[in-house]
Design a protein around this ligand. Sequence first.
Ligand SMILES: [Ca+2]
Length: 123
Amino acid sequence: MWVLTVRTEAQGEITSPCYPQNYPNSLTCRWSLQAPAGFIIQLTFLDFDLEVATDCIYDRVVVNTGSADVTFCRQSANGTTLNSTGNVMELFFITYVNVQKRGFSVRFQHGRLRKSFINGGWL
Ligand SMILES: [Ca+2]
């Protein structure tokens, strides 16, 4: 099953399918978080429990911050906060056959970066 969800509200929560019950096998879920121009998106993992696999080759969450792909599995995302570089952040959740876990719960919110006085100018 393949699902794309677009989220444009200023704050909200995303959970894996069936959370807090075990997630299904054979999923490809994609959440596209979109903020107005000039804003960034901050993502915080509240709960995270995925299948354990070396290098996260099976079930995994991948967050595209706009400048990097960050991959998580087992409990590696617990307590993690990520900021987007632009006004879009994407979260992918991929599962394979065998071994299901509780999944994840994340909170997101739009924000603005504080301007910094660097090298004689405001950036
Ligand atoms: Ca699995």
